[in-house]
Design a binder for this molecule. Structure first.
Ligand code: NAD
Length: 488
C-alpha cells in the first residue's frame, strides 16, 4: 500500500532549554501503523535528560511568571495562528504518528487551534484572586492570590498527541508555569513541530521542553522534586503508579484516563441522526481509540432490533484503509499489541454470549501489513460482561438492550468509569433528569460535540480527576494563597 506523502518526517530529538539533542538512553524504532514498517528512530530520554529538562524549565520559570500577561497572551495567540498555518503539516504528522485517517487528522488540528487560542485569550484576563474580607470594625483586609506552580510535568499518550499538547500546555503557560512534556515514544512527531512553533511564537527557551521517552522517563519526571504538579493522560495502571509516586511528596496530579461511555437511545429520539452520529463517534474518531467515545450503546427495547441493524449497516459501510485517502473513515490501530488486545476481547465477548453483527476479524489482503481492524459491532452484550465493563480502546461497539429509563440509568452508571455520557431523546424533561443523574464528567444531549475548549472535560472514578478545558482547566494550573493585612 502506498501511504507515502511528499512530506518528510522531521528528525525526532529531545528539546531541552531550546536546544535539540539526539542522544538519550536508548532508541525506539517507530513503526508506521498503516504499513507495519519501521520509518524513524526515536531517541529516548532517561533520568539524566529529564533532570536537565526540568532544570531548564525551572530556570525559565522566574522570567516567564514575571512576563507581562499581555506578552504571554500575544505569544500564545501567535502560536495558535502558527499551528493553524501549519494545518497540512500537522495533519501529515498526525497520520505518521499513529495512522489516524486524514479527515480526523484535519479536524484534530482545527480543534487544537481552538484550544490554544482559547487559553491565549485567558492569559491577559486571568482570574487573579478575590477579596476575602474588607477593612471593617476590628477586621482586616484580605485577598487571595492565584500562584503558578512552577514546573508542570505533562505525560501524554499516543492517540492524539497534538490535541493532548493543546489541552495541557497553553493553559499551563497562560497561568505562568513552565512545562516539560513527555510524549509517548510511539508518537513523537507532532511534538517536534509544536516545539518549533512555540519558539517561533516568541516563547522563551526553557518555558516548553519535550523529552520523548518511555516509562523510565515518565517516572523520572513524576518523581523530580522540581516538578510541582503532574498532568497525565493515559491508562489506569500507569495512573496508579503515578498517583503512588506523587503521594510520596503530596504532589498534586491531574488524571485524564479512560472510559466506557454509555450512549442512551430512547424510542422517542431522532433515530436517523442518533444512528449515524453514534456509529460515527464509535469508529470514525481515531478508529475508536479515544477516551470519551460512546462505546456502550444502550438501546430501548421497542426499537432495539431495527436500531442494531441500522448501526451494523452504517458501521459496515465505513471505509477502512489507507489513512492518506480522503474518504477513509477508519485508519489502522496503533500496533500489533492493540490488534491482539482488541481481537481477544471481541472473541471473549462472543464466548460470553454477545452476538457479532459486523466486523470481528483483522483485515488481511492489501491491508495485511498494517494494523487494521474493522468497525466491530456486538449486540446483546451482558451489562456485567468484560466488554461492557472494560475499555477496549479500539473500533468495537457494545450494544445493550434496556426496557425503561430506570434500567438505562442503572446500566449506564454500572461501571467503574465516569468520563462521558450521551442521551438521545425527544423528551426535554428526560434529558434534564438524566443529565443530572448520569455519573460522568460530561453529558452530551442529542449529539453535542466533544472536547470543546470552553467546556471543562474530565472524569470521575476510574476515569480520573480534574479538568481540561474552560476556566476549570486554567484553574488546575494555579494554587491559591490567602493574604491578610493586620491593623498594626
Ligand atoms: P499508558 O498509561 O500506557 O501510557 C500513557 C503515558 O504514560 C505514555 O507516555 C507512557 O510512556 C507513560 N508512562 C508509562 N509508564 C509510566 C510510569 N511508570 N510513570 C510515568 N509515565 C509512564 O496509556 P496508553 O495505553 O498509552 O493510552 C491509552 C489510555 O489513555 C486509554 O485508557 C485512554 O482512555 C486514555 N486516554 C485518556 C484521555 C483523556 O483525556 N481522558 C485521552 C486519551 C487517552
Amino acid at each position: 500500500m502506498d501511504t507515502s506523502t511528499d512530506f518528510a518526517l522531521p528528525p525526532v530529538t529531545l528539546r531541552i532549554g531550546g536546544q535539540a539533542r539526539s542522544v538519550g538512553v536508548g532508541i525506539h524504532e517507530h513503526i508506521n501503523p498503516a504499513t507495519g514498517q519501521p520509518d524513524a528512530l526515536v531517541p529516548l530520554a532517561g533520568a539524566a535528560e529529564v533532570d536537565e529538562a526540568v532544570h531548564a524549565a525551572h530556570r525559565a520559570f522566574t522570567h516567564w511568571r514575571a512576563t507581562p500577561a499581555g506578552t504571554r497572551a500575544k505569544a500564545l495567540l501567535k502560536l495558535a495562528q502558527l499551528v493553524e498555518e501549519h494545518t497540512e503539516e500537522f495533519a501529515a504528522l498526525a497520520i505518521a504518528d499513529n495512522g489516524i485517517a486524514r479527515a480526523s487528522a484535519n479536524a484534530t488540528v482545527a480543534a487544537a487551534v481552538e484550544w490554544i487560542r482559547y487559553y491565549g485569550g485567558w492569559a491577559d484576563k486571568l482570574p487573579l484572586g478575590r477579596i476575602t474580607s474588607a477593612v471593617g470594625a476590628g477586621g482586616s483586609f484580605g485577598h487571595t492570590l492565584r500562584q503558578p506552580y512552577g514546573v508542570i510535568g505533562a505525560i501524554i499518550t499516543w492517540n492524539a498527541p497534538l490535541m493532548s499538547l493543546a489541552m495541557k500546555v497553553p493553559a499551563a503557560l497562560a497561568a505562568g508555569n513552565t512545562v516539560v512534556v513527555k510524549p509517548s515514544e510511539l508518537t513523537p512527531f507532532s511534538a517536534m513541530l509544536f516545539a518549533d512553533l512555540i519558539s517561533e511564537a516568541g516563547i522563551p527557551a526553557g518555558v516548553f521542553n519535550v523529552i520523548p521517552g518511555g516509562a523510565e522517563a515518565g517516572a523520572a519526571l513524576v518523581e523530580h522534586p522540581l516538578v510541582k504538579k503532574v498532568t497525565f493522560t493515559g491508562g489506569p495502571e500507569t495512573a496508579r503508579k503515578i498517583t503512588s509516586a506523587c503521594a510520596q511528596t503530596f504532589k498534586p496530579v491531574l488524571l485524564e484516563l479512560g472510559g466506557k461511555s454509555a450512549n442512551l437511545i430512547f424510542a422517542d429520539a431522532d433515530l436517523e441522526a442518533a444512528a449515524m452520529h453514534s456509529t460515527y463517534m464509535a469508529f470514525g474518531v481515531m478508529s475508536g481509540q479515544a477516551c470519551a467515545l460512546p462505546t456502550r450503546l444502550l438501546v430501548q427495547e421497542s426499537i432495539y432490533d431495527a436500531f442494531v441493524a441500522k448501526v451494523g449497516a452504517i458501521a459496515a459501510s465505513f471505509k477502512v484503509g489507507n489513512p492518506q485517502e480522503p474518504d477513509t473513515i477508519c485508519g489502522p490501530v496503533i500496533n500489533q499489541g492493540a490488534i491482539d488486545r482488541i481481537d481477544s476481547m471481541v472473541k471473549r465477548a462472543q464466548e460470553q454470549g454477545a452476538r457479532l453483527v459486523t466486523g470481528g476479524q483483522r483485515l488481511e489482503g492489501d491491508l495485511a501489513g498494517g494494523f487494521y481492524y474493522p468497525p466491530t459491532v456486538l449486540a446483546d452484550v451482558n451489562p456485567d460482561s468484560e466488554l461492557a465493563q472494560k475499555e477496549v480502546f479500539g473500533p468495537v461497539l457494545a450494544i445493550i438492550r434496556f426496557s425503561d429509563e430506570a434500567e438505562a440509568l442503572a446500566i449506564a452508571n454500572g461501571t467503574d468509569y465516569g468520563l462521558s455520557g450521551s442521551i438521545w431523546t425527544g423528551d426535554a424533561r428526560r434529558a434534564i433528569r438524566l443529565a443530572e443523574a448520569l455519573e460522568t464528567g460530561e453529558v452530551a444531549v442529542n449529539g453535542a460535540a466533544i472536547a470543546v475548549a470552553e467546556r471543562p472535560f474530565g472524569g470521575i472514578g476510574h476515569s480520573g480527576n480534574g479538568n481540561e478545558g474552560g476556566l476549570e482547566g486554567l484553574e488546575e494550573f494555579f494554587w491559591t494563597k490567602s493574604v491578610a493585612y493586620g491593623n498594626g
